[in-house]
Design a protein around this ligand. Structure first.
Ligand SMILES: NC(=O)c1ccc[n+]([C@@H]2O[C@H](COP(=O)([O-])OP(=O)(O)OC[C@H]3O[C@@H](n4cnc5c(N)ncnc54)[C@H](OP(=O)(O)O)[C@@H]3O)[C@@H](O)[C@H]2O)c1
Length: 266
């Protein structure tokens, strides 16, 4: 068994690689920067990455809502001998979404992971530059909470689905064990880092415009803005049961994540 890990330098892919390594399972980590490169935008890189692979941890491009590349990749993976696909999707994605459809129609064992927003967006991505600058802009909303999930919990569920039986044909809704507001989150990060971090409220359209200026595609910027607005309006606080049902625990607490990541904000 060789597991191809896409997005292997990213927040969940890196953790999937470490866990597979610890298990002694054969794997091939790929991204644009790995020894064997894989680029979603360059189909000529796919065959070498897939050579000999029997399973795939499929991490689609975040910035791109066009699912055409996933729809093209899945049949190539199956033709190359892949028999199991674990797709990283997202909470709120419709089952009609192109990437989920492609995986369900693959004809091989599939598992879909639909996580909430990752805690690690605060320390490895997305919100980090603003936290370090002391001011986080957000689309204006109320004070709604969200159950941010630790990327390690997603990776652990992915590894279970990649290496164990009993997960085929299942879409797991994944969340952290507690819902927190951005105010709570930034206060906790402020406490461990000694930083003062302000929230700047923006109308959703301005927020979308700011993301586009930062290089996000318009459609993706709109989705992020809508998702953050819904979250802050209190429409995205529900906990999901995927982590307890697969891992047998409630998921890592945000407070523990903050302690682990403290050095990044120091
Ligand atoms: N972040 C969240 O809160 C969240 C929540 C729910 C779902 N998701 C989903 O998770 C997936 C990952 O998103 P993320 O933002 O968390 O990113 P990530 O996995 O932390 O990082 C992106 C990964 O993709 C690789 N990558 C970037 N461009 C690539 C390309 N053209 N071809 C091949 N690989 C490429 C990057 O590696 P290189 O730069 O080395 O190529 C990196 O390993 C997305 O599909 C997103 O919708 C994210």
């Amino acid at each position: 068994m060789t597991i191809l890990v896409l997005g292997a330098t990213g927040k969940t892919g890196r953790r999937v690689v470490s866990a597979l390594d610890a298990l002694g399972v054969d794997y091939r980590p790929v991204s644009r920067r790995t020894e064997i490169p894989f680029d979603w935008t360059d189909e000529s890189t796919w065959a070498r990455a897939l050579d000999g692979a029997t399973a795939v941890y499929l991490v689609p491009l975040a910035m791109n809502l066009d699912d055409a590349e996933v729809a093209a990749f899945v049949p190539q993976a199956v033709a190359a001998g892949v028999r199991r696909i674990v797709l990283l999707s997202a909470r709120g994605i419709s089952p009609d979404d192109g990437r989920e459809r492609a995986v369900r129609a693959s004809g091989v064992d599939w598992t879909i992971l639909r996580p909430t927003w990752f805690s690690h967006n605060f320390s490895e991505d997305y919100f980090l530059p603003e936290i370090l600058a002391g001011e986080v802009a957000l689309p204006a909303g109320g004070d709604g909470a969200h159950p941010f999930i630790d990327a390690q919990d997603i990776a652990d569920v992915a590894v279970a689905a990649l290496t164990q039986d009993g997960h085929a044909g299942v879409a797991y809704e994944l969340s952290g064990p507690e819902a927190l507001t951005f105010g709570d989150v930034l206060a906790r990060i402020g406490e461990v880092s000694g930083r003062s971090i302000r929230i700047t409220e923006m109308p959703a359209a301005d927020y979308t415009g700011m993301l586009v200026e930062r290089g996000f595609g318009v459609a993706y910027a709109e989705v992020l803005s809508m998702s953050l607005t819904a979250m802050r309006d209190g429409h995205d606080a529900a906990l999901s049961d995927g982590v307890p049902s697969v891992l047998g625990h409630d998921g890592r607490l945000f407070g523990d994540y903050v302690k682990e990541a403290a050095g990044i904000w120091a």
